[in-house]
Design a protein around this ligand. Structure first.
Ligand SMILES: *[C@@H]1O[C@H](CO)[C@@H](O)[C@H](O)[C@H]1NC(C)=O
Length: 480
């Protein structure tokens, strides 16, 4: 019973921290730039995560330490082209995803987004990508559906003239109606016109499960054990209304031919009903928050007094080119790109595992099993040769020929490589259609009750939204 010998026990207890320190100090990551504390502990990073501030904290470290920064003992963030190419594009779709994406399983199923490895992902993507391809998005039935919903949005704007409209709500409604149209028309939502459907959008958007889900990620066993009590302090994600919509719609037959559901229902894919519902719910949630929040931040920005010239130029371009397709308007395109650069809907790290054997990324050797990532917020700001005055909203930068390739390569709002955003073309069509409809008719002015702090970026699990979840705007009809 030598182990019970008190002095031996004391010695062992002393050795544990010494061993820990030795292990940290001998980690190859000691050579990465970063705060010394990140070599020993991830608590500072987690503290910021729990306070919806991860993106800004990581960016702050990039500003201090450069494009490669160690943010935790087992985690490195990159804000460089080398990083993007290696982590997300090597071998087509880059490194495998981490268990972080387990949080995005739906009904206990893995969706395309939450598959971890390359093979599972490729299999699912072969089925789904077709309906998001630009050739499908540009079909008149699809675009007409978007235009119709955009005009309903304009209806809400027109009713508000003389008062205010909450853009945060209406834009999420619009994104909701557009994505459900694309997923399972004619069984989609009509939240711009129907109060009941707007409630579904609110349930998905006003979700407060960040802390609960982070705990689930970091301590899955503990979470299982105390989930029932935890519930009182940190709400789990629950979306009964949305579940109801999706489970109902995805069991219907004969959805419109352009929809994702029609594709998944094709017999040869043998997808179970619950898998189809899971994909639909995942795409729905993703489609609401990303497009809704990106448009909200963008419209807020160009409504500021010092941005009047942006609105004016946009209005001129739209007025002078009424018959040109939305994807052929250079200034509109520049405004959207700049919006997504400054306020990417998913600004945060997209974590991946370094494969066995380790890899050298952007000049630093990183051992296998280390978590590595890039975040759009930083890749789109950190290099001031590519993005001069990175914190200034300036659409003109996208109209310059010089540096165009560099800008596009560091643009990471839709991520890159084989696992990049499948909904990119749909999102751009939705954004451009709506902006065109709004700014041919109105000037937008923030309501006096809105303060800039209210629109500060607040991280969710992976996307970000305005802190106060509110954006009151006055719409002033244009005279022409
Ligand atoms: C978020 O992080 C930034 C950068 O580290 C820091 O300046 C700011 O105070 C943090 N905000 C909150 C609410 O913790």
């Amino acid at each position: 019973m030598a182990l019970l010998n008190p002095s031996l026990l004391r010695l062992l207890i002393c050795l544990i921290p010494i061993f820990y320190v030795w292990k940290c100090l001998s980690s190859p990551l000691r050579k990465c730039p970063g705060p010394w504390s990140s070599l020993f502990t991830s608590w500072i990073l987690k503290w910021h995560e729990f306070h919806a501030n991860r993106t800004r904290y990581v960016h702050h470290l990039h500003v201090l330490y450069g494009p490669v920064v160690r943010i935790a003992p087992n985690e490195v963030s990159f804000a460089s082209l080398e990083g993007i190419k290696e982590i997300y594009c090597s071998g087509g779709s880059g490194y495998d995803k981490t268990e972080f994406y387990n949080l995005f399983q739906v009904y206990g199923r893995r969706t395309m987004f939450s598959t971890l490895n390359k093979a599972d992902h490729a299999k699912r993507k072969r089925i789904l990508a077709d309906r998001y391809a630009n050739t499908n998005i540009m079909r008149p039935v699809v675009l007409d559906g978007i235009k119709e919903r955009s005009l309903r949005f304009i209806g809400r704007c027109s009713e508000s003239v003389g008062g205010t409209v909450d853009l945060f709500i209406c834009l999420h409604d619009y994104a909701f109606d557009c994505i459900t149209h694309h997923l399972f028309h004619p069984y989609g939502s009509d939240s711009l016109l129907k109060q009941g459907d707007e409630e579904i959008m609110k349930e998905v958007t006003f979700d407060e499960s960040l802390k609960n889900r982070l705990l689930q990620y970091y301590h899955p066993e503990l979470h299982k054990l105390i989930g029932n009590i935890l519930h009182y302090f940190a709400k789990p994600r629950q979306t009964p209304l949305a579940d109801n919509l999706v489970l109902g719609a995805s069991s219907r037959t004969e959805p419109a031919q352009f929809t994702l559901l029609s594709r998944m229902q094709e017999k040869n894919y043998n997808l179970e009903q619950l898998d189809m519902a899971a994909e639909c719910l995942d795409h729905m949630a993703a489609g609401i928050d990303t497009t809704g929040d990106a448009l909200c931040f963008l419209m807020w920005e160009i409504s500021q007094p010092n941005m009047i010239h942006v609105q004016q130029r946009l209005q001129e371009e739209l007025r002078d080119n009424p018959d040109v397709e939305f994807d052929r308007l250079p200034y509109l395109d520049a405004v959207v790109l700049e919006g997504l650069r400054c306020f990417p809907a998913i600004p945060m790290s997209l974590p991946r595992y370094v494969p066995n054997g380790g890899r050298t990324i952007d000049g630093f050797f990183v051992p296998g099993g280390t978590i590595v990532s890039c975040q759009a917020y930083s890749t789109q700001r950190i290099d001031q040769n590519v993005f001069p005055n990175p914190d200034t909203f300036n659409p003109d930068r996208w109209l310059e020929e010089r540096g165009d390739l560099d800008r596009k390569r560091l643009f990471f709002a839709f991520a890159s490589g084989g696992r990049g955003c499948v909904g990119k073309h749909l999102a751009l069509a939705e954004m451009k259609t709506l902006l065109r409809d709004v700014y041919t008719r109105f000037k937008t002015v923030p309501d006096e009750t809105m303060k800039p702090e209210m629109m500060q970026m607040s991280d969710q699990l992976i996307s970000s939204q305005p802190r106060e979840q509110k954006c009151l705007m006055r719409l002033v009809p244009l005279q022409n």
